[in-house]
Every structure is written in C-alpha cells, then in structure tokens.
Design a protein around this ligand. Structure first.
Ligand SMILES: Nc1nc2c(ncn2[C@@H]2O[C@H](COP(=O)(O)OP(=O)(O)O)[C@@H](O)[C@H]2O)c(=O)[nH]1
Ligand SMILES: [Mg+2]
Length: 334
C-alpha cells in the first residue's frame, strides 16, 4: 500500500489508475488510501464542464487541455457518464479523440461510469479528483453529460462550472434550462462557426442580466467559442484565469465547510444504509416477512417497521464502544 501511495504522490500513472479504481470500488483499502492522500489535496484547479449531449464538450475540453499544456501545466480529465454503463461507447469515442493527448505523459484521461448506488457517482468522482489532485495535476477537468442529476452533482466537486451550449438546441435545452442556468459560472456557446450562436448568446445575456445573484463576487457570464476552429478560446482561457486568480480562494473558503459537511452526511447515510440493508437481508425474519406481505397478512410499511425494530434491538444502530475508541485514537495520531 505504501508503494501505491508513494506512486500516487509521485504522479506515477499506473499508481494513479489503480488508486482511482480502489476508491471507485470502495474496497477494503480505500479508507487507508484516502487517509494518506487527503492531506496532499487542495492545490489543483477543478473545472467542471457540463451541458446537453453533442454540444461539443469533449472537443472543447480537448482545446482547453491543449491551452494549459502549452503553458507547461499538468492536466487530468475525468469523463463521467452517469446515464448508464451501456453508453460506454460514447465515452470510448471521446477517449479515442483524446488519444492525441494520451501520447503526452502530462495528460491523464480517465472515464467513469455510473455506479449502482445512489450518490455513488459523486463519491467516486470526489475521490478520483483527490487522487488526480494529490498526484500533482495543476488542472483537473471533469466532463459530465448534463442530464438530470449529474449536472447538479458537478457543482459539488468543481471550483468553476462551464455549461456548454450550442446554436439550435431544441426542446432538450428547454427541459434542462432551469437547472443549468443555476449552476453555470461561465456559459459557453460552442460551435460559433455555425450560424445562430449570436442569437443564443444574446438570449443568454438577457436571462443572465435579470439575475443578480452573485457567486461570491463572480457574476455569471456568457461567451462564444468554437471548439473546432479555436475561435474565442483565448477569451475563455482569460475568463478562467480571471476566475481562478480573483475568486477561487474566496470561493473555497466559503464553500468548503458546506461541502465537507454535505459529503460526510452523504457518506454516513450511504454506509449506514448499506450495512443495515445487509443485516436485514441476512435476518432469518426477512424471508418470513416477505411471505406474510405476499399473503397480505402484513403490509410493506409495517413490515419495514418490524425489521427496523428488530435490527435496532440487536444493537445494529448503535456503535460498539470499542470501535469508537479506536477511531478516536487513529484521529489523534494523525
Ligand atoms: N461545427 C462545429 N462542430 C463541432 C464543434 N465542436 C464540436 N463539434 C462537433 O459536435 C459533435 C459533438 O462533439 P462532442 O465534443 O463529442 O460533444 P459532447 O457530447 O458535448 O462531448 C462532434 O461531431 C464534433 O465534431 C464546433 O465548434 N463546431
Ligand atoms: Mg463528450
């Protein structure tokens, strides 16, 4: 394990990959691993990129990577597809496009599919970002497909969120617009080489001008680019620089407490739910109760309450004393 940790901190690619897998699968080594790397995190600038499918996020990410690379910075990309493991094909396409960077040892690209459990993706993403951060990346770009939950989740992990749109987005954008208008720090109208981008930009500007909620002094802004031709990329990079230099410290200070508390609560409830579900499933009463619900002599709500009462009387909801002390000792030692 200490070899793996050293590898991560040195930026060794194999160690980084392995560490992310361990944290993603939450196997028995994940707690020890996270404990070791966590103190080395907090240096990277985390850029979230979201928006409807096909707006050119991956193409744009490619350009942003190139721009940071030309400054000699170390960059990692985490591509998240929350829709389903079946859409792995789309991610594969992205990865092939990114092969150009794969030849560059300073660019690390990783894709991550949805986990079964609720909240599992945010947890895996947060921890993967930590590995990428601790391994010396200056920039970590997280690309997600903006459908439902994921676009909201990205706000929990990124320092800045780019929402990528394009001309002639139809109903799709309407459906997700409300959520996306809240989360974007920069709205990027991509495909500016195509007609219609000025209108989209104008409409966005109109919406943004009616909002006066500032994110710790940062006013949401919109600009147009073309990931294909590189048009507007300089302005986008300047805006990213401006955000980073002026706002990111203040943002981190004010947001961190809230984020940490959210993360701990989410993790606690996920882990408790997992433990208790296992207990219930292995309880001899469980089978009997299922039969009774099937025969209508018991309803599912009452059945749940009976099971909760049963496992809490067995002490499953209480933490044994001994374990409590161990945790405390570990905490004191670090
Ligand atoms: N005309 C034009 N096409 C683009 C531009 N950026 C991306 N595309 C194309 O749009 C399609 C979707 O791009 P992709 O980056 O995979 O979008 P994503 O699903 O948001 O990641 C691809 O066929 C790209 O070649 C652009 O700036 N202009
Ligand atoms: Mg993509």
């Amino acid at each position: 394990m200490s070899e793996l940790i050293d590898g991560v901190l040195r930026g060794d690619r194999n160690s980084v990959s392995k560490a992310i897998s361990i944290l993603e699968n939450q196997d028995s080594r994940s707690t020890e691993l996270l404990r070791a790397i966590y103190p080395h995190t907090g240096r990277a600038f985390i850029i979230g990129v979201t928006g409807p499918p096909g707006t050119g996020k991956s193409t744009l990410v490619d350009q942003i990577v190139k721009a940071y690379r030309s400054r000699g910075m170390k960059v990692a990309v985490l591509a998240i597809d929350p829709t389903s493991p079946l859409s792995g094909g789309a991610i594969l396409g992205d990865r092939i496009r990114m092969l150009e960077h794969a030849l560059d040892s300073q660019v690390y690209i990783r894709s991550m599919a949805a986990r079964g459990e609720e909240g599992g993706l945010a947890r895996a993403a947060r921890n993967a970002i930590r590995v990428l951060d601790a391994s010396g990346n200056d920039i970590v770009i997280v690309e997600t497909v903006g459908i439902g939950q994921a676009e909201v989740e990205i706000v929990k992990v990124a320092d800045i969120v780019l929402v990528v749109l394009m001309p002639e987005l139809g109903d799709e954008i309407q459906a997700h617009k409300a959520g996306m208008m809240e989360i974007g720090d920069i709205f990027v109208v991509n495909k500016a080489d195509l007609p219609g981008s000025d209108l989209v930009l104008y409409n966005l500007g109109a919406v943004l001008s009616t909002k006066n909620d500032e994110n710790f002094g940062w006013k949401q802004t919109a600009l147009k680019v073309s990931g294909k031709t590189g048009l507007g990329l300089g302005e986008l990079m300047n805006t990213l620089d401006q955000f980073r230099s002026k706002y990111v410290e203040r943002l981190k200070e004010s947001k961190m407490k809230q984020r940490v508390s959210e993360e701990i609560l989410e993790t606690v409830s996920q882990d408790i739910a997992k433990q208790l579900t296992r207990r219930v499933q292995s309880d001899p009463l469980f089978d009997d109760i299922i039969k009774r619900v099937l025969s209508k002599s018991l309803d599912p709500e009452t059945a749940s309450q009976i099971l909760i009462r049963k496992i809490s009387s067995k002490g499953a909801l209480r933490k044994p004393r001994r374990e409590k002390q161990e945790v405390k000792i570990e905490g004191d030692a670090t």
